[in-house]
Design a protein around this ligand. Sequence first.
Ligand code: SF4
Ligand code: SF4
Length: 210
Amino acid sequence: MKYPKLREIKEAVTALIQGPYTTKFPFAPHTPAPNFRGKPIPDEKECIGCGACALVCPATAIEIIDDKAAASRELIWHYDLCIFCGQCERLCTTEKGVKLSNTEFDLATSDRKTLFSGIKKELIMCQMCDEIIAPKDQILWTAKKLEHMAFGNYMVFSALLNNLGIAKFVSKFGVSAVKRLDFFKVLCPKCRRQSHLIDEYGDSHFESAK
Ligand code: SF4
Ligand code: SF4
């Protein structure tokens, strides 16, 4: 016959005196442990819309919807898919774009359509072909990180000039003939390469250089 260990007897006596360990939630409020992983809450101000969190989300719970016509990106956290692993918070580019709440965890509902949070970001588009380059906040955040070295990158430099209102260009949607003059515009990598390959006669060597 096996005798109960002293530790088990101690636990049984403690439970008899103090009551069971389980909390009274949902009949009484529950305070989770400090490192509890609850609902991921995006921060509109700190998030730059880069989409890195969506790439690392193992449950594909973060959706990115790009609207080229409106030049905007929407990032949506779907809580009915989220497994609360914390990867989006851990690997966020700015380290502050999304935080897992340790107080909001009771997400039970009969209406799954309410189980999401979303934020919107303005996109910077190529001024020649209107292809998406990156969210404006991401470029400005990168420029801030690079400090004076940002001026060595034409695209970041041009985006900064645009943001300051010093250089305003009108997008030429549908116009594909990139010229040497377009060198200092905000261009996507494809048009940037094309603008480098225009010769002094205005002929593009883009196709032959592929
Ligand atoms: S800044 Fe962070 S939260 Fe925002 S899109 Fe990038 S990785 Fe996601
Ligand atoms: S906590 Fe995990 S599953 Fe939930 S959105 Fe973030 S990365 Fe995806």
